[in-house]
Design a protein around this ligand. Structure first.
Ligand SMILES: [Cu+2]
Length: 127
């Protein structure tokens, strides 16, 4: 017996459900199985600075940037590379850059965190 919904057969729906079910694991899996050849950089955000203020990355390599916050929630934004990630207290955010294009990118805090939020600026230099 076979029934269909919006043109999807029962089998198709099972496939869709499988994909939906395993998708989050796939994403988590990708995050965990990090590239053993990746460079690792730690960045700490706090009111009102990003340390280091100059982040150097190699263009032809994979770099994992581990961003943590020393106080409240901030956001690690690199508009030039379409990066916009929240950084929560006690929960570092890993940002993986795979062969990013060369350039000098501005890093800003993406979450308003206080009166000097705009002072939270760094540079991501891909060379
Ligand atoms: Cu901030």
């Amino acid at each position: 017996m076979e029934f269909s919904l919006c043109g999807l057969t029962f089998i198709d729906m099972k496939k869709c459900l499988c994909v939906l079910f395993f998708l989050p694991f796939g994403i988590l899996g990708c995050r965990k199985s990090s590239d053993p050849n990746a460079e690792h950089i730690k960045v700490v955000m706090k009111k009102y600075s990003i340390n280091p203020a100059m982040i150097h990355v190699k263009a032809g390599k994979t770099t994992e940037i581990e961003v943590s916050t020393a106080d409240v929630q901030h956001g690690f934004d690199v508009p030039g590379l379409n990066i916009k990630e929240p950084v929560r207290a006690g929960q570092p955010t890993i940002i993986t850059l795979k062969s990013p294009p060369k350039g000098d990118y501005k890093v800003v805090c993406g979450i308003i965190c206080g009166p000097h939020h705009d002072d939270m600026i760094a540079r991501l230099i891909v060379e």
